[in-house]
Design a protein around this ligand. Structure first.
Ligand SMILES: [Zn+2]
Length: 141
């Protein structure tokens, strides 16, 4: 079966230059806070710093919490048929930022708080035109 054409869900979300995806984040050099997606300024209300840099986040983090979507999200979200429950996780990275994303290759009874995961890139949904819309996801390591 031919692979579908892939379309990124957004620009500048991950870097594939090392062969595996890393999330692209903004780091404030004044207060040390990280932001995802990439930003042009620090959004910490207690920080007066304006000096930010773009960097790649660690590739691995830990599941801080998770939720299982047993019912399809409402439109405009496009679900696959038949609908399979979607596991979403809040993943904490060593830099101190927590990022939410869908888990890949895991069922609701397999996901655990504290489990190690890595950033991956996978299909969120397939358009009626046959293109796969891809975004960051997390996968157990
Ligand atoms: Zn700051």
């Amino acid at each position: 079966m031919a692979e579908n054409k892939q379309v990124l869900i957004g620009e500048n979300l991950f870097d594939m230059s090392e062969g595996k995806p890393s999330l692209i984040v903004t780091h404030c050099k004044t207060c040390g806070t990280y932001f995802f997606p990439k930003s042009f300024t620090c959004h910490n209300p207690e920080c007066v710093g304006k000096d930010v840099e773009t960097t790649n986040l660690s590739r691995q983090g830990k599941v801080e919490n998770y939720s299982v979507m047993n019912y399809p999200p409402p439109p405009p979200f496009v679900t696959q048929e038949p609908y399979e429950p979607i596991v979403c996780a809040a993943v904490e990275f060593p830099e101190g930022i927590t990022i939410i994303g869908m888990m890949e290759d895991i069922t609701a009874d397999q996901v655990k708080i504290g489990m190690d995961v890595e950033v991956t890139v996978g299909t969120i949904y397939t358009k009626k035109t046959g293109e796969d819309v891809v975004a960051w996801k997390f996968k157990a390591v």
